[in-house]
Design a binder for this molecule. Structure first.
Ligand code: 3PG
Length: 310
């Protein structure tokens, strides 16, 4: 009996990327089921029932989904952050979880710089704005995305610093990045800080007033990571106390916070309407094909790469 792979993307890949993913899986002899833009979590629960593997994006792979998937052996998150997958429950059920780190990093990096230019130029309203050249950018967590943002920022002539307790200073310095010893040191010296950490018990609500108000005059916080890492109550306080600070995000805050940010700080706040950092054809192809190949490698050759719930 052939294996069945479910491609479940509530936020679909571009059709070109999706077709390439399907082709890789079909060429390997697998049956492929598509569940795109579905309306309800119950659709995912129903669709997964006879799948041996699944590819997801930010889709919620809950205990309920995993319990409904009696044949499931592998979940591949086509992307970096796997906070949407109940990894512990998957492990209990003997289901491996993999991600595809780095595959969408350039797409996110380009959006980060685009949002910075948009804000620096007064949201393209025509009034005199500011340039990025010569400003200092702080990278808060220096992984694949932080590194990609650095490369693009350097093209704009920015100076780049970074703080990451898990990355050696020498690694950052090899990229021409000044390593900072603490988050406080980073925020204190940077005109812009761009956040690139996952949402974990340690990072959730870890960025608040204490860090933000250390930023120099006109400071801008850029979030393309996760909404959860921001202490949103303290963000509102920081923006109120410091009328020069700005907040740009690709992850929409909770509706009540979003309404307050827009009403009180409209010109110093920008959010994309829907998370779109990784939403390019190229990133979809890179992440989707990597996910499909990891599935084939696992079933055909027992290769376990990018496992996040070992
Ligand atoms: C990631 O963790 O890879 C990014 O946040 C992209 O998420 P998405 O696949 O939901 O766009």
């Amino acid at each position: 009996m052939s294996k069945k792979v479910l491609l479940a993307t509530v936020k679909p890949f571009s059709p070109t990327a999706r077709d390439q993913v399907v082709a890789v899986l079909k060429d390997a002899g697998y049956e492929v089921a598509l569940l795109e833009s579905y309306g309800d979590q119950s659709d995912l629960v129903a669709a997964v029932s006879d799948a041996h593997a699944m590819i997801v994006r930010s889709d919620k792979v809950t205990a309920e989904v995993l319990d409904a998937a009696k044949q499931l052996r592998l979940v591949v998150r086509a992307g970096s952050g796997y906070d949407n997958v109940n990894c512990a429950h998957a492990k209990e059920r003997g289901v491996l979880v993999m991600n595809t780190p780095g595959q969408n990093a350039n797409a996110v990096a380009e959006l980060v710089l685009a949002m910075m230019v948009y804000m620096a130029r007064g949201k393209f309203g025509g009034k005199p704005g500011r340039e990025l050249r010569g400003k200092t950018l702080g990278i808060h967590a220096y992984g694949f995305v932080g590194k990609a943002v650095t490369a693009v920022a350097k093209g704009f002539g920015m100076d780049v610093c970074a703080f990451d307790p898990f990355v050696e200073a020498a690694t950052m310095e090899a990229d021409g990045v000044e390593a900072k010893a603490t988050a406080e040191d980073l925020y204190r010296c940077c005109d812009y800080v761009s956040i690139h950490m996952p949402a974990t018990p340690k990072t959730i609500r870890s960025i608040g007033k204490n860090l933000l108000t250390l930023m120099p005059e006109g400071g801008t916080l850029v979030n393309s990571a996760r909404a959860e890492v921001i202490n949103e109550t303290e963000l509102l306080e920081a923006l109120a106390t410091r009328p020069d600070l700005h907040y740009i995000t690709d992850i929409q805050p909770a509706p009540e916070i979003q309404a307050e940010l827009t009403a009180r700080f409209g010109d110093r706040y920008f959010s994309t309407p829907k998370k779109m950092g990784a939403q390019t054809l190229e990133a979809n192809v890179n992440a989707g094909l990597t996910a499909a190949r990891q599935i084939v490698g696992f079933f055909e050759d027992g290769v376990e790469v990018n496992v996040v719930n070992a």
